[in-house]
Design a protein around this ligand. Structure first.
Ligand code: PDD
Length: 297
């Protein structure tokens, strides 16, 4: 079923929504994006997503496509027009704009803003806790993976390799043998001693919004968390492994390159973190719904 897309001021059926062939997003992947989850119709972690978009735009020298309050309104309108009144996702892309093809860009281009949103089946613990397999691949991306750029060719090829291998995700391996992250998620392990480990922020990974939420949840619940790089050998020797993203939440990783992690089933601490994460989403939805009711009443 077709949804509604927003493109540069217009809301159109997706099939009718179009971007110029000279858009720099199409020609050069000269753009950045965000994916935001909605739970019970409420945007989850809107502020950190805006903060990351701000960092991505600044890092590539692009302007905001419109003032932030207007952008917030458009986001809500796209969700509303796509009837994402329960669970779903919103995709937002900003490119440098349209100009005759030339690598260097003229000053003062009007950024292109495009958005879509789709409803998803209800986010349930049962669905989210299903363990997944990952494969490992050399990380062939650039040296600024902290920018949420739409230049995702290595990620796309990696995810496709994973799919062809019957896996959910590919974990990318840096030259020194450490895991950077997944093609569309952050990577984590839990040692037999119960220490939760993920790579520190830096240019090698995207600063995941879910990663940050899990980091805070671990701290609030007195769980030991260490930010340091880890290898595939460490992951295979770990008690548990998982990945995080806006769309996967906290997803147990039960096989790496066809070898089991721990006993090959979702681990207890991973499930605890998933539960905490889902409770946090629920709380955010409840608080916003109450605030809305308060405003109306
Ligand atoms: N991907 N690392 C990469 C390379 C990603 O593309 C993503 C998100 C993450 C996790 O970030 P967050 O927790 O903020 O979703 C890490 C999104 C969901 C996507 O491209 O669809």
């Amino acid at each position: 079923m077709g949804g509604i897309a927003y493109v540069n001021g217009r809301y159109l059926p997706i099939a009718a929504a179009a971007i110029s062939v000279e858009d720099r997003g199409f020609q050069f992947a000269d753009g950045v994006y965000e994916v935001i989850a909605l739970h019970r119709g409420v945007l989850i972690d809107e502020e950190p997503h805006f903060a990351r978009l701000s960092r991505s735009l600044a890092a590539v020298g692009m302007a905001w496509p419109m003032p932030k309050p207007a952008l917030r309104a458009v986001i809500r309108e796209v969700a509303r027009r796509n009837r994402v009144d329960d669970d779903g996702t919103l995709y937002l892309q900003v490119t440098r704009g349209v100009s005759p093809r030339a690598h260097a860009f003229p000053a003062g281009l009007r950024p292109t803003l495009a958005m879509t949103a789709r409803r998803l089946p209800a986010f349930t613990f049962e669905r989210a806790r299903q363990g997944v397999a990952v494969i490992t691949l050399a990380d062939q991306r650039w040296s600024r993976c902290d920018i949420k750029s739409v230049a995702l060719l290595p990620n796309v090829l990696g995810k496709q390799r994973a799919a062809e291998s019957g896996a959910f995700e590919a974990w990318l391996i840096a030259g020194d043998g450490t895991v950077t992250e997944g093609t569309a998620s952050n990577a984590w392990i839990i040692t037999k001693g119960g220490e939760i480990i993920t790579r520190p922020l830096g240019h090698a990974i995207l600063g995941g919004i879910t990663r940050e939420a899990v980091r805070c949840l671990a701290a609030e619940n007195q769980l030991a968390l260490v930010e340091r790089p880890f290898t595939v050998a460490e992951a295979l020797a770990a008690a548990e492994a998982f990945l995080t993203s806006t769309t996967s939440f906290v997803r147990p990783v039960v096989r790496i390159d066809d070898k089991p992690v721990g006993d090959g089933r979702p681990g207890p601490l991973t499930e605890r973190l998933l539960r905490l994460y889902m409770q946090r989403m629920d709380q955010a939805a409840t608080v916003t719904a109450r605030a809305r009711a308060g405003v109306k009443g």
